[in-house]
Design a binder for this molecule. Structure first.
Ligand SMILES: *Cc1c(COP(=O)(O)O)cnc(C)c1O
Length: 431
């Protein structure tokens, strides 16, 4: 199995090369040359497989011979050591809780899988890989946790000073070992710019192997398809056609769900729910893709003005607008609507949604207005305590802090304060 660049299908790479490089030499995203559907009886008999077996069958063709089967099975076992429960909220509506991992965000799955693959690939080499990543919050924690102690890999995480939550800051600054946090005096965009500049800086790249750990990397993107299959396994017993609603920012998560559909998973429709960042909802109306500057919202992990994975979704549907419309709807919701649905669901059922999950719920309900006879699953992408301020303000209560969060709150922050790109560069050159 090869991966090709979406800019030029002649530029090809193995899974290993795609994981180590992150992006193709022509800056295109890597895409699998073929997606071979799993046999129909796999989906009919999915109850008889464990989550680990399902994950192995689903990812095997993409990893191919780059990782021995036994090693891949071990990796899957390590990555998926927590639950993915489907929790019924009301009739025909359930949430897939993706926040039972170590940092309580869905990004744990992709970050851990990528870390284990990269660790495997750098085992036999003495030149180490540096993972360089900018974060506005959740990515940093998941990457720090996933890569902690992985041999041959050093991680440098840039985050904007004063602009991530206390919990998120603790998650990325307290681990030590091979994880270095840099507190940038600036915005997320400044962090992102420094990372991009480093990737293009030949003085660095001639000496150091740099890679990124965001969802453009196939090893972070593809394993996200696992939990759509786990949800299918639980939801199919309802006997209705299934709809997935995914709160979306960079559109990596929903795109992985569409790969699960290509593997043969029966799905009626996908709903991409967004906040005030409306590039994709606009595209679904006009067929024209127009990036815009990102807008700050209370669901800030989805404040993205030019979603990097949307091009993969278009490609999955042969870039045919009608096919995309048949399979995908996209709606945008304001912060006001998000807060009022958080209040309503809490009042009606006692369930506490985080603002991202709430946006997902709203999109599902919008679709079900005209498709009532469906079973809807919206993804809860983070635990409500990860967005404590919003939840406290909106619901007037403080959710209980789970043990894995409490543990990091007591640890000491260690971050390198930097102001300029030159400081990042000299650190990377000397490390
Ligand atoms: C990253 C993130 C999202 C957006 O996921 P994409 O794959 O970028 O669309 C949604 N919710 C939370 C809590 C996140 O951390």
């Amino acid at each position: 199995m090869k991966f090709y660049s979406l800019n030029n299908s002649k530029i090809q790479a193995s899974f290993k090369e795609a994981v180590i490089d992150g992006i193709a030499p022509d800056k295109g995203l890597y895409f699998p040359e073929e997606i071979q559907p799993l046999p129909a009886n796999f989906f009919e008999n999915i109850d008889s497989y464990s989550n680990h077996e399902i994950a192995f069958k689903a990812i095997h063709q993409f990893v191919d011979k780059n990782i021995p089967d036994e090693v891949l099975k071990e990796i899957i076992k390590k990555v998926l050591d927590f639950d993915f429960p489907l929790v019924q909220i009301e009739e025909n509506v359930a949430t897939l809780e993706l926040f039972h991992g170590p940092t309580m965000a869905f990004k744990d799955v992709g970050a851990r899988f990528m870390a284990e693959c990269l660790g495997h690939f750098s085992e036999d080499k003495n030149n180490e890989v540096i993972v360089l990543v900018a974060t506005s919050g959740d990515t940093g924690g998941a990457v720090a946790n996933g890569f902690l102690g992985v041999k041959g890999v050093n991680v440098v995480i840039l985050y904007p000073s004063g602009k991530v939550s206390d919990i998120q800051e603790k998650q990325l600054t307290t681990l030590g070992q091979n994880i270095v946090a840099m507190e940038v005096n600036g915005t997320f965009d400044d962090c992102q710019r420094m990372v991009k500049t480093a990737f293009l800086d030949a003085e660095i790249t001639n000496q150091k192997k740099l890679t990124s750990a965001n969802s453009i990397n196939v090893a972070r993107w593809l394993p996200q398809l696992f939990y759509f299959l786990f949800a299918y396994k639980q939801a199919r017993t309802k006997g209705k056609e299934i709809v997935f609603a995914v709160p979306s920012g960079n559109f990596g998560n929903i795109c992985a769900g569409i790969v699960a559909q290509k593997l043969g998973m029966p799905v009626k429709h996908f709903v991409a729910s967004t906040n005030a960042n409306t590039v994709v909802p606009n595209f679904m109306k006009s067929g024209v893709y127009e990036p815009m500057p990102s807008i700050a919202t209370i669901s800030n992990a989805m404040d993205v003005g030019d979603p990097s994975n949307f091009i993969r979704i278009r490609h999955l549907y042969q870039d045919d607008f009608l096919t995309i419309q048949e399979n995908l709807s996209s709606y945008s919701f304001s912060d006001e609507a998000t807060k009022s649905i958080m209040k309503m669901i809490y009042a009606e059922s006692g369930y506490i949604m985080d603002p991202h999950g709430a946006v997902g719920y709203l999109g599902l309900k919008e679709y079900q207005k005209s498709n009532p006879n469906t079973y809807g699953v919206f993804l809860e992408t983070a635990h409500p305590v990860k967005f404590l301020d919003v939840v406290e303000d909106t619901l007037g209560l403080s959710p209980k802090i789970p043990p894995q969060i409490q543990k990091v709150m007591g640890r000491k922050k260690k971050a390198m304060k930097i102001n300029t790109y030159e400081e990042l560069k000299s650190y990377l050159m000397d490390s």
